[in-house]
Ligand binder design. Structure first.
Ligand code: GLU
Length: 507
């Protein structure tokens, strides 16, 4: 029986900025495939562009991948059997493979100065021809070339693209892809400063790292013919290629800054949960089938296949992401959510520096009141602002509050509530229910006509979390010791009295 090759996939980001969600989707599809097939997931940093690459970007990409839970088996930080995993640490390898190609006649040294290449390019474009290398140095005898290099001339190494060849490669997503070598000019493999070109480094690395499946964005499909030819020149076995269609914005142009958040870091900062982003990204161009969309990573991996990946572009839908996030916010452990939400209170100025542990745990206890009704964590503090800020004069000026107050009997309810709470203790859920029951008896109002005015009087808002939860939360805030670091929170008793007084003044 033939030995089964172990699947090896890789994600190969260029560390030139933040991790774009489109690239995160590429990383995820690689990860899903490796997880399903008990394969190896390699992380390789493609930092040959020294000007644009940075270690800061590399670490933010690693950090985002870890946050998403897309752990890798081999990579710059964890090592592995086919490192180094940064291209900048592999320059000697590229040089020696380039020399090998030159020796076998598959590549040659080219001395053409930039100005000449530029002039050729312009002339070709003017003549309506593809701007490919004119081939001036193609037939330069190798000895001559070596002498010129020894004498100090600068040369690049160019690949000798075979002429008049029809080449086909099979793409696991798009099927057979045909191309003719006529349209391909001899590409530069190694620049005169020793830096490898992407198409060259990627082939050496994928071959030496024994990558079996190359899954990447379709922006690389036009590079693949050159890479296939390089595999052939080296006698390397090419991997399976799978090119993923682009991720588009709602207007069907490639997802970019114009559409809002595009990087994993931005979504993270806005309070999307990693499990939500992973689940949503998995649905971009692939469907787990069976009518389910909300599935944990292990189940996504179990169902994943490249054959199931769509070849048409996927549209990034912020509404759907919000829906997925809401689902995971409802599933998440309350303690975890509170920890994740507190920084947003700090940012909103609702948790000042220096608050004590009692105040922090009080603010944490509020989080579940809002986490079930927001799209993302960032929105939680605003939903709970009513606990911290209570201003009846401003409230009664707001149209939605006025609407409640204009309902028949609303003012009576508020006056009765103020009277009911005046002498009573702080409210827990039972005491609140009992008090509301007595206001009902006193006013004859029930349902919305009872609870809407109570809500505006106690929270200053026409909507919000269930009163059964909001009222005890307000009153336990009112019990916090002075000096806990939070601005004192007014209790329901004081709120009702104040609201009734403001109404009285306004009438
Ligand atoms: N460094 C390339 C990129 O970020 C990766 C290309 C590939 O996966 O082959 O687009």
């Amino acid at each position: 029986m033939e030995a089964q090759t172990v699947m090896r996939v890789r994600f190969a980001p260029s560390p030139t900025g933040l991790l774009h969600v489109g690239n995160a989707r590429t990383a995820l599809f690689n990860w899903l495939l490796a997880s399903r097939g008990a394969g190896t997931f390699i992380l390789r940093i493609e930092d040959t562009d020294v000007e644009r690459s940075s270690r800061a970007s590399e670490s933010s990409i690693l950090d985002d991948l870890r946050w998403l839970g897309l752990n890798w088996d081999e990579g710059p930080d964890v090592g592995g059997c086919s490192g180094p995993y940064r291209q900048s640490e592999r320059f000697d390898l590229y040089r020696s493979y380039a020399t090998e190609l030159v020796e076998h006649g598959h590549a040659y040294y080219c001395f053409c100065p930039t100005e000449l290449l530029e002039a050729d390019r312009r002339a070709a474009l003017e003549a309506g021809k593809p701007p490919k290398y004119a081939g001036r140095c193609r037939d330069l005898p190798i000895d001559q070339a070596r002498t010129r290099i020894k004498a100090g001339e600068q040369a690049v190494v160019r690949f000798r693209v075979p002429e008049h060849r029809d080449i086909v490669f099979h793409d696991a997503v798009r099927g057979a892809v045909h191309f003719n070598t006529e349209v391909i000019g001899d590409p530069v493999l190694v620049r005169s400063d020793g830096h490898p070109a992407y198409n060259f480094a990627v082939v050496i690395d994928d071959a030496l790292m024994e990558v079996t499946h190359v899954i990447r964005g379709e922006d690389h499909i036009s590079n693949t013919p050159r890479q296939v030819l390089l595999y052939e020149a080296f006698g390397f076995q090419p991997p399976v290629f799978a090119h993923l269609a682009l991720v588009l914005g709602p207007d069907h142009t490639p997802l970019s800054k114009r559409h809002g958040a595009t990087s994993v870091a931005e979504f993270r900062a806005r309070g999307y949960l990693p499990e939500a982003l992973v689940n949503y990204l998995a649905l971009l161009g692939w469907s787990p089938g069976g009518g389910d969309e909300l599935l944990p990573p292990a189940e996504l991996a179990r169902r994943f296949s490249l054959e199931g990946v769509s070849h048409s572009a996927a549209v990034f839908d912020p509404e759907k992401l919000a829906w997925v996030n809401r689902h995971y916010l409802r599933l998440a452990d309350p303690g975890r959510l509170a920890d994740l939400a507190l920084p947003y209170f700090e940012k909103a100025g609702m948790l000042p520096p220096g608050v004590d542990v009692v105040a922090r745990s009080y603010v944490s206890s509020l989080v579940p009141l809002a986490s079930g009704s927001v799209d993302r964590l960032e929105q939680i503090p605003d939903r709970l602002r009513f606990v911290f800020d209570f201003n009846p004069s401003e409230a009664i000026a707001r149209p939605d509050v006025r609407e409640v107050l204009n309902e028949q009997g609303a003012r009576d309810v508020i006056v009765a509530l103020a009277r009911e709470l005046a002498a009573g203790p702080r409210l827990d859920r039972e005491r609140f229910r009992a008090a509301a029951g007595r206001v009902k008896l006193a006013t004859g109002r029930k349902g919305k006509q009872l609870f809407h005015p109570i809500r505006v009087a106690l929270t200053g808002e026409a909507g919000g979390p269930e009163l059964d939860l909001a009222v005890p939360a307000i009153d336990s805030g009112a019990e916090l010791p002075a000096g806990c670091g939070l601005t004192p929170i007014r209790g329901c008793r004081e709120r009702a009295a104040e609201f009734a007084a403001v109404l009285e003044d306004a009438s």
